[in-house]
Design a protein around this ligand. Structure first.
Ligand SMILES: Nc1ncnc2c1ncn2[C@@H]1O[C@H](COP(=O)(O)OP(=O)(O)OP(=O)(O)O)[C@@H](O)[C@H]1O
Ligand SMILES: [Mg+2]
Length: 324
């Protein structure tokens, strides 16, 4: 299991550290996909990158909680253990494939370096493994590709290279943070098919960060909906899609391009996600919620509503019963 437990984070600002993620708990079992969804600025990437403690390099402060990988506390690890974890048991695929690759080194140099970091193999073995990894992500002529530089490849090819690199340490878990948003629409589906195939074939646990509810419907087993630094609803994917409980989840689902009326502008939720430290005291979504009442002015317990069907589906809203 990959477990995030009661995680709270603060981000630096001119006014000092501001809370940006509060008391977030999530877990991803091997072989399962958890979709983490929410609008831009909700804290999805901050949460996801904490699994590998990447926030430390950006001045992001952990104010509470921890992360465990197969029971091991990531925050208790020393630097060598962290290096083995990153790209080893847990690897990450980011949104922008260009920034994750170094433009001045060939693809072959970069992928063999990652392989040698995680596996005890010779140069020749690393090269052979690199070629087979590149082929396994659907890249043809891997030997030729290894002599090329990132700038010579298309966005889709670069993302395939990064996925090959992410697989090189034989991970058990993969964190995919908006892995296709920077790519052409025509390429997005093929990259997602590849990730899904690898996830199934290798039984990986996957934390899929996305704002795309359609993708979640296709891929995820469980869903966590994030708003203003909090998980506001969580449960099995069927429950969330059949009976979204939180007004925020319902609003997000109503804004999906798939359900929009043809010829009409895409609906959007009015207002904006409050910035870190600017959260209302009561329900954080209340200022944008069409159903908010006086009960929403007080702080809402995380699992204010739990599904009577015992599926583990819950929502951080005091008005679910009244609204359904
Ligand atoms: N290094 C940082 N320094 C200061 N503020 C940050 C930093 N990283 C993130 N933030 C702020 O924290 C909030 C959450 O950011 P985060 O990147 O987690 O959002 P997100 O949900 O991933 O959004 P998106 O869908 O746009 O990727 C945002 O308001 C962002 O501006
Ligand atoms: Mg993000």
């Amino acid at each position: 299991m990959l477990e995030i437990e009661h995680l709270s984070l603060a981000v630096p600002s001119r006014e000092g550290a501001l809370p940006a993620v509060s008391d977030v708990s999530l877990s991803v079992a091997r072989g399962r996909v958890l979709g983490l969804v929410g609008e831009s600025g909700c804290g999805k990437s901050l949460t996801a990158q904490t699994v590998l403690r990447l926030g430390e390099y950006q001045g992001i402060e952990r104010t509470g909680g921890t992360v465990r990988v197969d029971g091991e506390d990531v925050f208790a690890m020393d630097e060598p253990a962290l290096r083995r974890l990153r790209g080893g048991r847990v690897s990450m695929v980011f949104q922008e494939p260009m920034t994750a690759l170094n433009p001045v080194f060939s693809i072959g140099d970069q992928i063999t370096e990652v392989i040698r970091l995680h596996l005890d193999v010779s140069d020749a073995q690393a090269k052979a493994r690199a070629a087979s990894l590149l082929a396994s992500v659907g890249l043809s002529e891997p030997e030729r590709l290894m002599r090329q530089y990132p700038g010579e490849l298309s966005g889709g090819m670069r993302q395939r290279v990064l996925i090959a690199m992410a697989m090189s340490g034989e991970p058990d878990y993969i964190i995919a943070d908006e892995p296709t948003t920077a790519l052409d629409v025509s390429v997005q589906a093929r990259i997602m098919d590849l990730l899904r195939a690898l996830q199934r074939e290798k039984g990986l646990g996957m934390l899929l960060v996305t704002h795309d509810f359609g993708l979640v419907a296709e891929l995820a087993d469980e869903v966590a909906v994030m708003y203003a630094g909090q998980i506001v609803e969580s449960g099995p994917v069927e429950d969330i899609f059949d009976h979204p409980a939180h007004p925020y989840t319902r609003a997000l689902m109503a804004c999906r391009p798939e359900v929009a009326e043809p010829g009409r502008p895409l609906p959007a939720i009015p207002g904006q996600v409050p910035a870190p430290g600017r959260w209302p005291e009561g329900c954080r979504f209340a200022p944008r919620c069409a159903h908010a009442g006086s009960a929403c002015e007080r702080p809402v317990p995380e699992r204010a509503w739990t599904s009577p069907n015992g599926s583990g589906h819950w929502a951080c809203c005091v008005r679910v019963e009244e609204l359904s």
